[in-house]
Design a protein around this ligand. Structure first.
Ligand SMILES: *Cc1c(COP(=O)(O)O)cnc(C)c1O
Length: 373
């Protein structure tokens, strides 16, 4: 048992999820899978997760920033990696082209910069041209699509059109009407490309939620983030076949008996209703726990006990009542939920957020350890 907080990442559960997602749940063998490892693999550790995904036969990895792609290359990863978000002047753009990283491009200006960078490194960039089908994030407006395609064709000595793609606004809501509209716009974009003689290797639109629930969004490739980590994209999507792969745990640092009326944590927002035992757990918002959580709980010795008072930077206080708890006892902050411990999804509910944010915000002070359960 560790004396401090750690995030245990179960690679066997990760492989189980990849296995499930590689099956009919996300389409047949004609659909390729990308595992999204941006933001340090949603807090799970990008390099070990990428390595495990490759070992499981995943052909594509996805990240947001060029720096994240280069970190994978530095770790020895040589497979297809798509980096979809860069701002003008990103110093890692050249490195990405030289290292054969695929780049998302959603504007003529962005394309020019990629062509220029490719020229400088005497390379040819693989680009995935992005159309904004409604989300309002990256990607060119449909009215600019032909111009972007034409510019890419004109730069063909420096760019290869590897993909055409977009991103959905409501992949977590299987029946959202905007998804049908986005598909229609995407189809138009594909038709325009085909009319210009462009046939990309991969057309892709779906993230986890859509990949699991909407066959009409799968095209050639699905981009799987949260589902690979075993969490549901949203309450409307059944993730029962997936296994959450992160267990966040700590050890009780101290235990004390307090009389009725004794307060707990800053501003004494909680006071003991009767004599009780408080346990101090060394993990706080400096490690990524949300300070705004209401009604949070952890698991100690198989019992769910409430967090009382404010979450501090380094510690929380739990009211263990009359349960026998000793310093050093294991505290499960969240886990897969099989033994009744809270899950990241529970934490998301308590903090009015999504499981994505709960696991991704686990900070660098928390070591990640990799296990095979
Ligand atoms: C983060 C992200 C994904 C993965 O989304 P999940 O819901 O975690 O599967 C896919 N595509 C893009 C463009 C993203 O930004």
């Amino acid at each position: 048992m560790t004396h401090r907080a750690e995030a245990m990442i179960d690679l066997a559960a990760f492989r189980h999820n990849l296995d499930y997602l590689s099956g009919p749940a996300c389409g047949g063998p004609e659909v390729a899978r990308m595992v999204v490892v941006k933001a340090d693999a949603y807090g799970h550790g990008a390099v070990p997760i990428a390595h495990a995904a490759r070992e499981a036969g995943i052909p594509w990895l996805g990240v947001a920033y060029p720096s994240e792609a280069l970190r994978l290359r530095e770790s020895g990863d040589a497979g297809r990696v798509l980096a979809w978000l860069h701002a003008p002047g990103d110093p890692d753009l050249r490195g990405c082209i030289a290292a054969d990283v695929d780049l998302g491009v959603g504007s003529v200006g962005g394309l020019r910069e990629v062509i220029e960078a490719a020229r400088e490194v005497q390379g040819r960039a693989r680009v995935h041209l992005k159309i904004d089908t409604g989300l309002g994030r990256g990607g060119c407006m449909p009215s600019e699509w032909t111009e972007l395609l034409t510019a890419a064709l004109a730069g063909t000595d420096r760019v290869h059109i590897a993909g055409i793609w977009s991103h959905l606004a409501s992949a977590d809501l299987p029946d959202a009407p905007e998804t049908a509209e986005q598909i229609a716009t995407f189809e138009m974009a594909l038709d325009t490309a085909a009319d210009l003689g462009i046939s990309p290797e991969v057309r892709h639109l779906a993230s986890s939620g859509a990949a699991l629930t909407r066959p009409d969004t799968r095209y050639d490739l699905v981009r799987l983030g949260i589902a690979a980590y075993g969490l549901s994209p949203g309450p409307a999507i059944d993730a029962g076949a997936l296994r959450p792969i992160m267990t966040l745990r700590a050890a009780v640092a101290a235990v004390k008996r307090v009389p009725a009326g004794h307060g707990a944590s800053y501003n004494l927002t909680w006071r003991a209703p009767g004599e009780t035992t408080l346990a101090l757990v060394p993990i706080g918002y400096g490690d990524g726990l949300p300070r705004t959580v209401r009604g949070g709980a952890v698991h100690i010795a198989g019992v769910r006990v409430p967090i009382v008072g404010r979450v501090a930077m380094d510690q929380v206080i739990v009211d263990v009542g009359d349960t026998a708890v000793s310093p050093g006892d294991e505290v499960i902050v969240w886990g897969p939920g099989r033994a009744g411990e809270p899950t990241a999804q529970d934490w998301a509910r308590w903090d009015d957020t999504i499981g994505y944010e709960i696991v991704t915000r686990v900070g660098p002070r928390v070591p990640r350890t990799y296990i095979e359960e």
